[in-house]
Write a protein that binds this ligand. Structure first.
Ligand SMILES: [Zn+2]
Length: 83
């Protein structure tokens, strides 16, 4: 599954909030009619993004996240830079 460019941009934004050693989970939520569910798998909706921490707490949302189906999950984590 390939993330949409918007999702990648959101992920990069999210990583600014990422604490060292913490994992972040991003749910990309598409409308049910979205073409990503078709065999071609091309997204033609405006997906919503939900940012959760590694305990499942919602930290941030972008776009409307209600009544959408979560399709893509992206996990971002920052490696600890300590020596
Ligand atoms: Zn979509």
């Amino acid at each position: 599954m390939q993330l949409t460019p918007d999702a990648v941009a959101f992920a990069q934004e999210v990583q600014k909030h990422t604490k060292v050693g913490k994992a972040l989970i991003i749910h990309v939520q598409h409308d049910q009619w979205c073409g990503v569910f078709q065999p071609q798998g091309i997204c033609n909706c405006t997906p919503a993004y939900v940012l959760l921490d590694d305990e499942g707490t919602v930290l941030e949302t972008q776009g409307k996240s209600v009544c959408k189906s979560t399709l893509e999950t992206y996990v971002a984590s920052m490696k600890g830079g300590e020596k």
